[in-house]
Ligand binder design. Structure first.
Ligand code: BGC
Length: 905
């Protein structure tokens, strides 16, 4: 287990300005980076108020010899691109950063990285696969003896591959570069290599197949060595999505493995062991494995020490060598999926002899680890996974559609056996264990949580347990759905990278984890999938749907890169995305010369899963058109494309004008008169001032008419609380937050939700389970209110012009039932924290601003003049500059540092 997915402790015992959390290409000590000019960055902390980085210096070293020195740069920036000669392929580097404060004091820190394989001709590896022609030990795919297994005949059992080789010299360094068309897990000399799961992850394999790099120096030795891998189907050739006609084989018919082990010796020589026809392979205990369907493991077929020296592989068959086309290979650029937590079972209920329901207490994506005691050889245990239980206590699986989500374990009869599948992932809280010998106890089962191991970046907590549960549900929604790509859901036969879900949830996701490389990687697949005309498919990586260009979905093309740039401040995101952004808005414009987006709207899902209302589709589409054009213009400005900036800037204003002319009536009502209609217009800034005020009035009136109840679907929900708060209706936003009537977040929580439900009516008192055709209990879109919890309730956001949170806005909004709230968040330059508490008529606000940022702080108060900081008037407080306050807010500008404000509340 790597982490428990909690925010790391901030650096402590600081004596002065300190650089920490050094990253190369936004990752800590990465191996196998794919660029010769990596970006190097660091965070800053300091115990001293007002402390800033006056200058920095970065040096890159190879074998202790300097290859680049940035020289001292009098800049506050906490990142720099390697500026020396391009780095060399397959090489280890260290790098150092020194930071100097205003007083001239210097401190430093060091980190490392290694480059990957830069040139195609460095690959000696060939793709290898099971050769059905020559294999004398061919075993047909197992019949899993279940009614729904007919279509599974296309999934062949995973196979084990190995290669034994001699090393005649000691090892100074050994790196394994590995990937698959399929899913793989490597071992070397009897030990598992790394702790990544579901590698190489899901990308658009037609164009991009990521290889991973592992350090195996300590595992290899002089003499005989063995490396080997087990290879499954995964996204490459297993089931993906719902379409049982095209079912499996989206990218290929059978899995293939590719790997290259590069061993350096003391005399400077190198041994390369690469996949080719000298590898041998066979089937083993994993008899079946599929991401959607599940895994079957027969312990009677275990292969013993198959990846260790001295093993007799005489019966293994030669692997088929299918050549060395490496044109699609790319270095892995983001964190892989890992097991990030292990959850103990909280309850086991016996339903019948040998049949139990296990409750893990939490809906999650992952699998279980099962201990089997006292089984006879050949005993078969079945594990079915589900998110909910039926009223009769049986597992509810109807909402999984055709995903079997079923694992099997067949015992070899040993006293104590353990089973955990390798090449499958389920979305579940409950497991039905059937055929278990004797009594199953909570100690026998644990939930293993799997997701992309994006570094945790934030935490939020407050005085209200319901709100904390909501935040927990949002976090678990993120964990359950950031599995290599941002998916809609982890349980049913879908699990696709729906573009609207991703863009809507991104701002919330980024408060909780560093998702920059995760989304950059996904966006690369979006770019690949853009049609010649410029449209973007509904799901990325692009499989299954023929739909493309859907309003709010395809707009991920502009919203994702712009949002990433705003949050992380890395201009490269925009440089890469620019052609995609431009081509996308041009596509919509060409089809809609009158600027109302009616044509080429593809599937047009409108405000997906709204309740009881119909937001006008043209309103939604045109608002999104304006939004996309606005971000395209903004990107052009950043990139210095003056003509494009002017062109798209003007186009944006014209769309906004067309929007008003077409949809806003004399009373300021927006066609359809729905919450989402107003929210889109307000959030996207489409209205002139008089219409803006009217829209706020109509929005509030709609909510009041409905007794303060929401109607928003995916598109509107993220905007609801932020917009109400922005326009002075934080009380309404809090009412929605605390609401537990249907439809609300609280309603699901009242009924036991531990994740965000796909639909407001996933389960209701009146109707029980919602429509079975589409009813996921782990879908993050409606959880996009998380942005408001961090940004407004805890009050951590940035000004409209700010990039990378350099110009922070600290504007907490005490309200609702909350008596305190706190949050911490890692911005690019360091960690921001806020905490407010109301007690005895006093508001106490603690704020920490890291070096590298400044903040405008808004302190809500009954008496702006009596606000104090650490017991002093603000004017006497170091690091603070009072600004003009309003009757209910003390305003000040703060330099980096830690502050405690008190004021009458
Ligand atoms: C998915 C969504 C997606 C929607 C589009 C659903 O099946 O689960 O989250 O955005 O389709 O209509």
């Amino acid at each position: 287990m790597t982490t428990d997915w909690v925010l790391s402790e901030p650096p402590t015992e600081l004596t002065g300005l300190t650089a920490y959390d050094l990253r190369c290409e936004h990752r800590v000590d990465p191996l196998g980076i794919g660029t010769a000019r990596p970006r190097l960055s660091w965070r800053l902390a300091s115990p001293t108020r007002g402390d800033r980085q006056a200058a920095f210096r970065v040096r890159v070293l190879r074998d202790g010899v300097q290859v680049w020195d940035s020289g001292w740069r009098d800049e506050p920036s906490t990142s720099v691109d390697h500026g020396g000669a391009p780095l060399t392929s397959q090489t280890d580097y260290t790098w150092q950063v020194e930071v100097r404060d205003a007083a001239g004091r210097v401190s430093g820190a060091e980190a490392s990285f290694a480059t990957g394989i830069f040139h195609d001709d460095e690959w000696e590896a060939h793709w290898i696969e099971h050769d059905y022609e020559t294999d004398p030990y061919f075993e047909p795919p197992v019949d899993r003896a279940e009614p729904r297994t007919v279509r599974q005949a296309t999934i062949a059992p995973p196979r084990y591959y190995r290669r034994s080789f001699e090393l005649t010299q000691p090892v100074t360094r050994a790196r394994l570069y590995a990937t698959a068309h399929g899913l793989y897990q490597f071992s070397a000399n009897g030990q598992r290599v790394g702790n990544d799961e579901l590698t190489p992850g899901w990308t658009d394999y037609r164009e991009r197949v990521a290889y991973q790099t592992y350090d195996v120096t300590d595992v290899l030795r002089e003499g005989e060595n063995v490396i080997g891998a087990v290879l499954g189907e995964g996204w490459w050739s297993g089931y993906v999505g719902w379409d049982t006609r095209s079912h499996a084989h989206h990218y290929g018919k059978k899995p293939q493995l590719l790997a290259q082990l590069v061993v350096d010796h003391p005399d400077g020589s190198r041994t390369v062991v690469a996949t080719d026809g000298r590898w041998v392979e066979r089937v083993g205990p994993i008899r079946f494995a599929d991401l959607l369907m599940g895994e079957s493991y027969d312990a009677r077929h275990e292969l013993g020490d198959w990846s260790s020296p001295g093993y007799d592989a005489g019966e293994w068959a030669p692997a088929g060598d299918v050549g060395g086309d490496v044109s699609t290979l790319i270095a892995m650029t983001t964190e892989p999926v890992r097991v990030t937590s292990e959850l103990p079972a909280v309850a086991v209920t016996a339903l019948a002899p040998g049949r139990f329901i296990v409750d893990l207490g939490q809906n999650l994506a992952g699998r279980v680890r099962l201990r089997v005691r006292g089984a006879q050889a050949g005993d078969r245990i079945r594990l079915r996974h589900g998110e909910m239980l039926q009223a009769d206590g049986e597992l509810y699986t109807a909402n999984l559609r055709t995903a079997d989500a079923t694992d099997y374990f067949v015992s070899a009869g040993a006293a104590d056996e353990f089973f955990e599948p390798v090449f499958t992932v389920h979305g579940f809280r409950y497991v039905e264990v059937d055929g278990y010998p004797g009594e199953l106890t909570v100690e026998d089962v644990a939930g293993r949580v799997l997701h992309s191991d994006t570094p945790v970046a934030g935490r939020f907590e407050c005085s209200d347990p319901g709100v904390n549960q909501l935040l927990s549900n949002i976090r678990w929604g993120q964990r359950g759905n950031f599995v290599s790509v941002p998916t809609d859901c982890p349980q049913r036969d879908e699990r696709l990278g729906w573009t609207a879900d991703a863009q809507i949830f991104l701002p919330t996701a980024a408060y909780q984890a560093d998702v920059l490389t995760f989304f950059e990687n996904w966006f690369a697949d979006l770019a690949v999938a853009q049609t010649d005309e410029g449209a973007i498919p509904d799901v990325i990586p692009h499989v299954i749907t023929g739909r493309h260009g859907t309003p709010a979905w395809a707009d991920a093309a502009t919203i994702v890169p712009w949002t990433l740039y705003r949050i992380y401040g890395d201009e490269r995101v925009l440089r890469t995305a620019w052609p995609v952004m431009r081509r996308w808005v041009d596509y919509v414009h060409r089809a809609n010369p009158d600027l109302i987006w009616r044509n080429r709207t593809s599937g047009h899902y409108g405000d997906w899963l709204q309740v009881g209302v119909k937001t006008d589709r043209d309103v939604l589409a045109t608002a999104y058109f304006a939004r996309s054009v606005e971000f395209t213009a903004a990107a052009a400005r950043v990139l210095g494309l003056t003509d494009d900036a002017a062109k798209y800037g003007a186009l944006h204003d014209e769309i906004a004008a067309a929007f008003v002319a077409e949809f806003v009536d004399a009373e300021g009502k927006i066609r359809g008169d729905t919450q989402t209609g107003y929210l889109l217009a307000l959030a996207f800034g489409l209205l002139p001032e008089h219409a803006e005020q009217a829209a706020v009035k109509h929005l509030v009136a709609d909510l009041e008419r409905r007794e303060r109840s929401l109607t928003t679907g995916f598109a509107g929900v993220a905007l609801l609380c932020p917009i109400l708060t922005k326009y002075g209706y934080a009380d309404l936003a809090y009412d929605l937050l605390h609401d537990d009537r249907y439809p609300s977040w609280g309603y699901s929580i009242k009924h036991g939700a531990t994740t965000i439900w796909e639909r407001w009516d996933g389960w209701t008192e009146e109707n029980g389970f919602g429509p079975v055709a589409m009813n996921s209990f782990n879908h993050y879109s409606l959880g996009s209110v998380g942005e408001w919890l961090y940004g407004d309730v805890a009050g951590i956001s940035q000004s409209e012009q700010s990039i990378g949170f350099r110009d922070l806005v600290v504007k907490p909004r005490p309200g609702g039932r909350l008596t305190w709230a706190e949050a911490s968040y890692d911005i690019p330059s360091g960690r921001v924290s806020t905490r407010w508490e109301l007690s005895d008529g006093t508001l106490t606000l603690d704020v920490t601003i890291p070096p590298g940022a400044d903040a405008t702080i808004h302190i809500p108060t009954k008496d702006p003049d009596s606000t104090q900081e650490s017991g002093r008037p603000l004017t006497e407080s170091e690091g603070l500059t009072p600004l003009d306050s309003t009757p209910d807010t003390t305003l000040c500008r703060a330099a980096p540092g830690t502050y405690r404000f008190t004021t009458p509340a």
